[in-house]
Design a protein around this ligand. Sequence first.
Ligand SMILES: *[C@@H]1O[C@H](CO)[C@@H](O)[C@H](O)[C@H]1NC(C)=O
Ligand SMILES: *[C@@H]1O[C@H](CO)[C@@H](O)[C@H](O)[C@H]1NC(C)=O
Ligand SMILES: *[C@@H]1O[C@H](CO)[C@@H](O)[C@H](O)[C@H]1NC(C)=O
Ligand SMILES: *[C@@H]1O[C@H](CO)[C@@H](O)[C@H](O)[C@H]1NC(C)=O
Ligand SMILES: *[C@@H]1O[C@H](CO)[C@@H](O)[C@H](O)[C@H]1NC(C)=O
Ligand SMILES: *[C@@H]1O[C@H](CO)[C@@H](O)[C@H](O)[C@H]1NC(C)=O
Ligand SMILES: *[C@@H]1O[C@H](CO)[C@@H](O)[C@H](O)[C@H]1NC(C)=O
Ligand SMILES: *[C@@H]1O[C@H](CO)[C@@H](O)[C@H](O)[C@H]1NC(C)=O
Ligand SMILES: *[C@@H]1O[C@H](CO)[C@@H](O)[C@H](O)[C@H]1NC(C)=O
Ligand SMILES: *[C@@H]1O[C@H](CO)[C@@H](O)[C@H](O)[C@H]1NC(C)=O
Length: 851
Amino acid sequence: MGLSIISLHCLILGLFLQLAVGYGSNVSYDSRSFIIDGQRKLLISTAIHYPRSVPAMWPGLIQLAKEGGANVIESYVFWNGHELSPDNYYFEGRYDLVKFIKTVQQSGMYMMLRIGPFVAAEWNFGGVPVWLHYVPGTVFRTDNEPWKYYMKKFTTYIVNLMKKERLFASQGGPIIMAQVENEYGYYEQSYGDGGKKYAMWAAKMALSQNIGVPWIMCQQWDAPAPVINTCNGFYCDDFTPISSNSPKIWTENWPGWFKTFGDVDPHRPVEDVAYAVARFFQKGGSVHNYYMYHGGTNFGRTAGGPFITTSYDYDAPIDEYGLPRLPKWGHLKELHGALKLCENALITGERTNVSLGPQQEANVYIDSSGGCAAFLANMDNKTDTVVKFRNMTYHLPAWSVSILPDCKNVVYNTAKVGSQASVIDMVPEDLRPSMVSPSKDLKALQWEVFVEKPGIWAKPEFNMTGFVDHINTTKDTTDYLWLTTSLYVDSNEKFLKGSSSPVLSVKSKGHALHVFVNQELQGSGFGNGTVFSFESEIPISLKAGKNEIALLSMTVGLQTAGPKYEWIGAGLTSVEIKGFNKGTVNLTKFNWTYKIGLLGEYLNLYKGETLKSTNWVSTTEPPKRKPLTWYKALVDPPSGKEPVGLDMIHMGKGLAWLNGEEIGRYWPRKSPKHHDCVDHCDYRGKFLPNKCSTGCGEPTQRWYHVPRSWFKPSGNVLVIFEETGGDPTQIRFSKRKASGVCSLVSEDHPSITVDSWTTAVKDTNDKKPTAQLSCPSNTRISAIKFASFGNPSGACGSYNQGDCHDPNSASVLEKVCLNRSDCSIELSKENFDLSYCPGTVRSLAVEAVCS
Ligand SMILES: *[C@@H]1O[C@H](CO)[C@@H](O)[C@H](O)[C@H]1NC(C)=O
Ligand SMILES: *[C@@H]1O[C@H](CO)[C@@H](O)[C@H](O)[C@H]1NC(C)=O
Ligand SMILES: *[C@@H]1O[C@H](CO)[C@@H](O)[C@H](O)[C@H]1NC(C)=O
Ligand SMILES: *[C@@H]1O[C@H](CO)[C@@H](O)[C@H](O)[C@H]1NC(C)=O
Ligand SMILES: *[C@@H]1O[C@H](CO)[C@@H](O)[C@H](O)[C@H]1NC(C)=O
Ligand SMILES: *[C@@H]1O[C@H](CO)[C@@H](O)[C@H](O)[C@H]1NC(C)=O
Ligand SMILES: *[C@@H]1O[C@H](CO)[C@@H](O)[C@H](O)[C@H]1NC(C)=O
Ligand SMILES: *[C@@H]1O[C@H](CO)[C@@H](O)[C@H](O)[C@H]1NC(C)=O
Ligand SMILES: *[C@@H]1O[C@H](CO)[C@@H](O)[C@H](O)[C@H]1NC(C)=O
Ligand SMILES: *[C@@H]1O[C@H](CO)[C@@H](O)[C@H](O)[C@H]1NC(C)=O
């Protein structure tokens, strides 16, 4: 059979693509923008850290970033995930960096590779391998020979790997820029002369790698050209790069914030995120990266801190589980669309500044073909205003930017959120016993249980008088370190006869401690994400004669940044018991016996393959509230396809695994009740992480992401190590589901006459405000749960009718939307009765159920 036209066409196209791939791109820059093969680019970048999700999620996440209007994916490189011991490299699974970048390439996006290799990133030890701290003579991040040797070696290793796979744009790959070091400028001074020397060395070392694309250094106010210094922060519109030949780059715009166990849940309102982004481009920025766009999960013990939660959701545009966070994702997508319309004027045009008022300004960009784009900003953090611009008037909400890609029509205002919101549920499902379970009784879940004995479980590491540093001892091979001693109590101690109990008083550099006396748990002590060290007073029971004291000291993620952060230790510094007839007994200088880790860790109980191990005891009624207990169950995956979270609300603190994969630390520790939380977040004014928190008095993290790809069709081994005691029969898988969608739109502001020549106040391109609803794929609108045209209040999932309400609202919506995957409805007199509450700005709020 001869070649058909189509296959010939494919052959030619294929040949062409091959050639195109073979050619490298010329990536350069000037003060306006990056220039790729002679073309100026507006770069909208999104941080997605490859080890914070799983390879099965990568294509979907990258696609969602692309659909969200981004054209670059950014990631750090995680040294301690890759170089497990000197020269022992790992690039499998979640650490398959090459596969991740090739996935980015296949999606047609660019890559910003922040090699570091110091990264901070709320990641354990800032990404540096703990073993390097124990290479004699090493001091991190300064002019220190061992540090520079290992840093250069790893950087070169990564660069060579990228070159071998032809991943730099100069070789035809997607990587258009790379970063060396990370936010070093904050700390350079604290390293004395070594600081500056090191920063200059790092820049030179990077340039010597000859990658053919530009290098950047963020928050580095003395970066030597051609290395570009870039900005990180909640706002970077005021940033100016050192070199007048460098473009204005924002490497980290934080659209949310991370969480620590025991603290509240921070949120950054999308109106403020969009405002910050629009202001940056208004002021000449051309490269912008969301840190994070998908935060993901700190699986296993990769969370840094101390106390960073296993969830690294970050309130990012894509949530931890990979679902778009609405309206954040949608509102930013619309912003990117508006910016794209301005691209040519923004990066080639002449910029002029126009004052529109004391706190109002416009920037106008006019390109050589006469294309005009304008940004109108109202920086007032309280008051909406109306401004005159080019013979028109515009309504500008407080703390907002309007974008006019033709200098006339507003296509976007940062404070007017048109995107739909969604109702996200965690739908619980009982653990389902697996069909391959040895138990024939399939109704009851069969548990296997292994209880650790508190204290030394095998030959101790060493005995010594007093305390050693916890991290120096475990070298972070485990969170756990046992310290034991014994104490003789005379039978005439008064507390033995029922007077108040003795109190163990501990001081620790951090991070956490459980106290056992004579095999019984007495109490615990913890630091928190603000103050890592702690002092605790724990009432204990002692008996006459010899008492065994066993202390389980724990780290909860190592320090991630700060001057000389690697020297900050952890562990006990003082232990006393108060309440003896003679007062206090100081145990600090007792003989302490040390044992690193847990017996269960040593036995690899968390690995799937130890299924037949004789250590486990089978039962359908696992013990509850039992400290130091390992639980194992064979389970089927939860039904459906939705992402899965493990609900640990009824557990204490510990670690969890599925099929030997590390889910991570769990700890449904509650945040203080009194902490400032808000019901309604006012987006106006400068954002700080504590501005719009929720979850006061609630567990910081209740659900723990278990990627779907970790499940087998049956026979999944779920292993839990519980430190203090919980109820494993209440553990559930919860499915994360967008069960409903909402839209809240308001009428345009009524015309305000400022001058005789006023035409009308321009809002959104003369288009009538329109509510739009769209269900997740394969679902349809099955009910209108709420609809009110009038003055409804509240948020998606909890709207309330106001005193003004068109009673036909629901039926109007039902007619248009029921049984459709998406629908839209204008706020027009054809659809609604406009006689309600005349003279006010009316809104339509709708919540629809998708199923
Ligand atoms: C790359 O582009 C820059 C600016 O457009 C130009 O000055 C330079 O000569 C080009 N380099 C190569 C190798 O083509
Ligand atoms: C952390 O601990 C310190 C000292 O005990 C305390 O002042 C602070 O309020 C705690 N922070 C939180 C969020 O609980
Ligand atoms: C616009 O304002 C900025 C900041 O105030 C200033 O640096 C710049 O020179 C101004 N540009 C023009 C064209 O006036
Ligand atoms: C604004 O109106 C004035 C007076 O009608 C006119 O001269 C001027 O050209 C107009 N400017 C713009 C930008 O349309
Ligand atoms: C350490 O002390 C314990 C308890 O006193 C004792 O049993 C053990 O033999 C000692 N081990 C070493 C290595 O000294
Ligand atoms: C850890 O051990 C090193 C010696 O290896 C010592 O210099 C350092 O001070 C110790 N750190 C702490 C926090 O005790
Ligand atoms: C307990 O002993 C340690 C070590 O000798 C000492 O530093 C500490 O101050 C003592 N505590 C009290 C309350 O005396
Ligand atoms: C600690 O152990 C050593 C050797 O085993 C012994 O000589 C010493 O008396 C013990 N000290 C205390 C405070 O128990
Ligand atoms: C609002 O702006 C005023 C004046 O610039 C400032 O003093 C105030 O702190 C700001 N408030 C907020 C919440 O940002
Ligand atoms: C909903 O739409 C589906 C597919 O078009 C159709 O089969 C079904 O009959 C419709 N149901 C109702 C209640 O209209």
